[in-house]
Design a protein around this ligand. Sequence first.
Ligand SMILES: [Zn+2]
Length: 181
Amino acid sequence: MTALDFKLSANLTWGEATDSSSKPELVAMNRIEAERFKKQMQHSATTLFQPVRDKFGALTCTSGFRGSKLNPAIGGSKRSQHMKGGAFDFVPRHAGLQEVWEWIVYESGIPFGQCLLEGYGANKKPRWIHISTQVGRDPTYCDQVGYGPAHALAFVSHENIAAERAKRGVWPGLGDGESVA
Ligand SMILES: [Zn+2]
């Protein structure tokens, strides 16, 4: 069994990435299931979570791996990448959700499958950021950017994403020092 303080990346532990505050009774089972996704979780933590942590400081991981019991119990999608250790939900402790989301999408160059503002409640404001990996995902469904309530997610078009990236002078995929101009 993996120790709870095992570091998936510099600032994300196994304990945090396999926890559930709303379904504590399912956490022990969830951690057993998570073992076979450990490598994927390390990769996701290193490539998705850690770059955001390095830029903005502490992040609270509100959901990481969700196995076959936990995922349906919290209402997760049947095809959720949380079930394969390929997604995290988090809240920045020292920066705004919108600011962090825009940086990930338009400036970071992080190779995400989806980056979504989620958890819209009665006040119509997001409560966390969902980020998932491109690994094992159809390229058609990579670089997807969305926001809004789960039942009415609005996606930003790839044209608009590209335009905004160009405006900010950043284009993921180019090597260091290359300009878009
Ligand atoms: Zn999520």
